[in-house]
Design a protein around this ligand. Structure first.
Ligand code: 9D3
Length: 234
């Protein structure tokens, strides 16, 4: 899989892409991640990439030409026509279902903006989908792009160690995880529940399932809705 990221701040990606699972996946050749700086495609000598909104209003808008020329540049580097994704607060909300969809693609192109937003003609000319990572306000699309890269890359076959992928399969039942414990048996006067020390695996499974249901009721009652459970396994 190839992932392109178009951004004004490519340096923000250095650390997340050079750590843990994403790094390993790149080394294993499962994914190639290419960063492009939109500012390299600014025409004028002072490298302007944003301008004031027609009709007035606060902030600045990303200009179409630098973004679309940057996109054209990455598209000509590779014949695969990837899905083009604009990171915006107005987009389809990213979830595990979309992560799985994107992990099945051969190429995705993520465009991270800054300022108040993108000139609408970028979406139209690029035939881009808009994606948001949730209902909160970020200062740009870069962190959203990193979230998507992390969630997608760990789904690529061969990306995780054997233990991780096995664990992932058996617990994608739409509930939150049950509480976990490790040594010591007693910490700050708090004991590990007896059932986990009992060696009775039927009882342990039953306890974990019950705890998972309780946790989900308390923190994410929306997940107990049957439809959501099947469409968005976490
Ligand atoms: C006043 C209107 N704001 C829209 C909610 C303006 C605005 C705020 C923040 C416009 C862009 C941004 C920057 N955010 C993103 O680029 C972004 C984002 C987000 O803020 N939340 C969740 N997902 C995403 S994806 C890109």
């Amino acid at each position: 899989m190839r992932i392109d990221v178009l951004t004004l701040f490519p340096d923000m990606f250095a650390s997340p892409l050079s750590l843990s699972i994403v790094k390993r996946a790149q080394h294993r050749g499962l994914v190639q991640i290419a960063l492009s700086n939109i500012r390299d495609f600014a025409a004028n000598s002072y490298k302007k990439v944003d301008d004031t909104p027609y009709g007035g209003g606060p902030g600045m808008v990303m200009m179409p030409r630098p973004v679309l020329e940057c996109l054209e540049n990455v598209q000509k580097q590779e014949s695969l026509n990837g899905r083009v994704i604009l990171l915006t607060p107005q987009g389809r909300k990213f979830d595990q279902k979309l992560a799985k969809e994107l992990a099945a693609e051969q190429r995705i192109i993520l465009i991270a903006g800054h300022y108040e937003g993108f000139d609408e003609r970028i979406r139209i000319v690029a035939n881009a989908e808009e994606v948001s990572i949730g209902d909160y306000v970020l200062s740009g699309g870069e962190l959203a792009a990193m979230v998507i890269i992390d969630a997608v890359v760990r789904l690529l076959p061969g990306s995780l160690g054997d233990e991780d992928s096995a664990a992932n399969d058996s617990f994608s039942d739409g509930l939150l995880e049950y509480p976990q414990y490790t040594r010591p048996e007693e910490f700050n006067g708090l004991k590990v529940p007896d059932v986990l020390l009992s060696g009775n695996h039927a009882q342990i499974d039953k306890w974990r399932k019950q705890q998972a249901i309780e946790k989900t009721k308390a923190n994410r009652p929306d997940l107990l809705d049957d439809n959501k459970k099947s469409e968005n396994k976490i």
